[in-house]
Design a protein around this ligand. Sequence first.
Ligand code: PHE
Length: 337
Amino acid sequence: MEQRLNEILREALEKINQNDHTLKSLEEIRLAYLGKKGVLTEVMAGLRNLTPEEKPVIGQKINVIKATIENTLKDAKTKVEDQELLKLLESEKIDPTLPGLKLPTGSIHPLNQVIEDVEDLFLGLGYEVADGPELEKDLYNFEMMNIGKNHPARAMQDSFFVDEETLLRTHTSPVQARAMLAHKGKPLAIICPGKVYRRDNDDLTHSHQFMQIEGLVIDEHITFGHLKDTLLKMVRHLFGNEREIRLRPSYFPFTEPSVEVDVVWTKADGTKTYIEVLGAGLVHPDVLKMGGYDPDKFQGFAFGIGVERIAILKYHVEDIRNFYTNDIRFLKQFRGK
Ligand code: PHE
């Protein structure tokens, strides 16, 4: 009996230690020796016929053999699993020399470039950058800008009303009123960039939504000279130090006197042309009063620039709609300008 057991162990270990095992072939060996119908189970059944002295000795021997086979199988299984993992890793090997995926980098939108450029200048001159809502009260957009309910200037700014009192702001000027109230009669200097809306048929040069930058300065002893100097500084900051401007008398209900500002442009044939870029003027005394300032003590100047116009001139853009359609081929051109 003992000899038979030794034989079984030798045979089993020999089989297990063969190379080229798979998990399946190892499982087959396990079943053949340790399974319900396996060799050892069969031997165990034979214990019945042994003498009471032999039984425990052989029984223990069988247990040792079982444990040995089990452990050897376990080691072999681990080895096979390791090898299979290695094979898998090998087949999924990463080639670190392959070029990586290029992540496209964005760039600042040309309209924002203009805004940042203007902000740079005015922050350097001590202005604050103010902010106001795009959905604005009639009170700020019109009333406090000296445009009463029946003022004809309302017709020039065909508006998107949401209800009787609320509309999408037609210009950034309502921020003037908000800034005045916020500064409570104290001197102020602000600029405010932002989106504005007017009903319009979109084409090469018109858009129902566009951007403006408002400027407002209120202090004692402000004169038209301060305004003119500021406008010239701004235009030269944007278009170069040689640039000249032309002021034309104009009309805005919230400034008096009012001007429209043209930039002098030299055409290819050498002749000069004038391109309007902004409206400006000295703050109307009634607007000062409504904003809480004594017009006998304080004066102010204000201006409103069309951001798209500046960008069109600066970057030679032919269709204003390009600014809003987010075509990457268009936007890419303004990287680092
Ligand atoms: N709000 C005016 C417009 O949209 C521009 C402007 C601003 C004019 C400030 C004078 C002073 O046309």
